[in-house]
Design a protein around this ligand. Structure first.
Ligand code: TRP
Length: 451
């Protein structure tokens, strides 16, 4: 008998925890900056297709594998198909690496969010002037000491949450506060949409120019779809291992996908009309959100207070996502190497801290350290989102479609016949056997210029 594992206790709790992993800086920071960098509506369209046709089926089967095995991302593949080839286990190891790579830059961005809480309070970012906004952001990220310091604050805060085992409490608080973030986003949207000259932003966001959809743009959109739903590296698998037997997996995944999508879209509508109305540059990249969101708040009476609350809530939202990222290496280290949760957490945080140094210094000391033309920050992001996650997605689909097989998939996704969702299961089966892996492979090879 394996040791009794922790688990989620209610169906609704499962939904919220999964949502807590999906929603994070990906919605508020990554989605808008990539949409701006990749030409707007065309990118959004590909992202929507990738989410529905690729990411959702992967999310369903990845979660299912975890619940079937009730184990970490490596042990699961041994457990579910004991006689299968060793290389299926590489999915777990790739996930381990992806988690560290993602955390190396994610903790950096979370650090900027923490820093912006204090900048909001001091009034330093209460400006609608693009030049001033760019200066404030530039000063923060180009200072090696402050970049490293804020990253370490994030790592110490989230590391202690994992070590002290208080993550459930924190997540409970986070969940209660998330409706407030939603409301603040609505307020931002209302303000942004009523600024003079806002329509141009809506055109940018919703009227696609198909010429801008290049293979590289498609790969970035696919990578974002994986990143957003926390799939392709074992996070959803590990969360699935804590799911209840009576949880409707396809329904839960679909709900999380829609909720997550709405938050990203709200962030987009809050940002792009203001970008055009106030004269910001849509292709500003990682700095976009940190300049425009304060600008929109500055155009609202009492904006300083709202702005502060907004950055506090974003910081809290990032905690749920970070905990789910840390869970993958921590579960592997503690369950497979018998390290104990505390030591596994310390190792993980130290490894991320080391890998995080070049990422955090990407706007200063390591800016010229280019590999494939990218600084370490961009490289880590590219390798994890655009290479490792899609690769993991292909392997998960092939494993479930060709090794695990339909009878077991039906049993698992219908909760042993209790749910009457045969047609849905067959659709998922067809997708993950052919459509999903082939489309991921095509986009991946094309985007990486292999052919
Ligand atoms: N989905 C989260 C976000 O959008 C980030 C995240 C959490 C993640 N766990 C993950 C991304 C696992 C990839 C894989 O902010």
């Amino acid at each position: 008998m394996p040791a009794k594992r922790d688990g989620f206790t209610s169906t609704f709790g499962v939904l919220l925890a999964t949502l807590g992993s999906a929603v994070g800086l990906g919605n508020i920071w990554k989605f808008p900056s990539l949409t701006g960098l990749n030409g707007g509506a065309g990118f959004l369209l590909v992202y929507l297709l990738a989410t529905l046709l690729v990411a959702l089926p992967v999310m369903i089967v990845e979660t299912m594998l975890g619940r079937a095995a009730r184990a970490n991302a490596i042990t699961t593949f041994e457990q579910v198909a004991p006689r299968s080839q060793w290389w299926w286990k590489s999915i777990g190891w790739m996930g381990f690496l992806a988690a560290l790579l993602i955390m190396a830059f994610y903790s950096d961005v979370a650090g900027w969010v923490y820093a912006y809480i204090f900048k909001a309070i001091s009034g330093e970012i209460s400006t609608t002037d693009p030049k001033v906004a760019a200066e404030v952001f530039g000063k923060l990220v180009s200072n090696p000491l402050s970049s490293l310091l804020w990253q370490w604050v994030v790592l110490v805060v989230t590391g202690s949450i994992i070590m002290l085992g208080v993550s459930k409490g924190i997540e409970a608080v986070a969940r209660k506060l998330m409706p407030l973030l939603f409301i603040l986003l609505l307020v931002l949207c209302a303000r942004s949409l009523t600024l003079p000259g806002a329509t141009q932003g809506l055109v940018f966001l919703f009227s696609p120019d198909f010429a801008k959809i290049t293979p590289a743009v498609m790969l970035t959109a696919l990578g974002l779809a994986f990143f957003k739903l926390s799939i392709g590296m074992g996070t959803m698998l590990t969360y699935g291992s804590y799911f209840r037997e009576d949880q409707n997996i396809p329904l839960t995944a679909t709900r999380v996908m829609f909720a997550d999508l709405s938050i990203s879209l709200l962030a987009g509508i809050a940002i792009f009309p203001a970008v055009f109305a106030l004269g910001f540059e849509p292709a500003a990249g990682p700095s976009l959100v940190f300049m425009t969101i304060p600008a929109v708040f500055t155009s609202i009476p009492g904006g300083t207070v709202f702005m502060t609350i907004f950055f506090v809530l974003t910081a809290i939202a990032s905690v749920g996502a970070i905990l789910s990222l840390l869970e993958v290496p921590v579960a592997i280290l503690s369950e497979r190497f018998g390290l104990g949760r505390k030591r596994a957490s310390v190792f993980t945080i130290l490894a991320i801290g080391l890998m995080g140094v070049p990422a955090a210094l990407s706007q200063s000391l390591t800016a010229e350290l280019k590999i494939f033309g990218m600084n370490p920050f961009d490289l880590f992001d590219f390798l994890s989102s655009n290479v490792l996650l899609p690769l993991g997605g292909i392997l998960i689909c092939l494993f479930v479609g060709w090794v695990y097989g339909l009878p077991q998939l039906e049993k698992q996704l219908s909760n042993d016949g209790k749910l009457h969702n045969q047609a849905l299961i067959r659709t998922v089966y067809f997708l993950i056997r052919y459509v999903t892996p082939l489309s991921i492979a095509a986009v991946l090879l094309h985007g990486l210029k292999v052919f």
